[in-house]
Design a protein around this ligand. Sequence first.
Ligand SMILES: [Zn+2]
Length: 177
Amino acid sequence: MSKETVQIGNPIIRTKSRRESSVPSAQTRKTVSRLIDSMRENDLVGMAAPQIGSNVRIFVTEIRKTKVRNPALQDSLRVFINPKIIVSSKREVLGWEGCGSVAFSGLFGKVRRPYSVTVQAQDIEGAVFELKASGLLARIIQHEVDHLNGVLFTDRADPKTYMSTNEYRAARQRATA
Ligand SMILES: [Zn+2]
């Protein structure tokens, strides 16, 4: 069993993470591999290094197939090292978010964010790439970049929208029925 996801209230979650200066390196690979394992084990669509106790600017994303997820939203595994959002769309959208570090994904809330972003980052080999993302992937990227700055979705959500996991699932089912 892997270590528990670091929770809200732990200072690591509120610390601004440092740039990872040694890319590629064995240490970076180890962090990335732990992130991927932990993201999958906790059934999350993204995970940032502070959530596994490491204040370095690294996160991973993966939108896997589930029974309820629209297949069009699926996105394969991506690794972002030293990410920087260089363009954000003026258009903003409201969307639901939860977080493995907030009551172990037991709380959902609506957060307003730019609909699309362009992010620049390094891959596992240290090569710089740019990615333009929109919709769910753009939301995940912004949520994970926030983690590297010590920011949680609860800082941005309207608390009146909060729902427990069960109520959130029930509401989603009603919405798609
Ligand atoms: Zn999170």
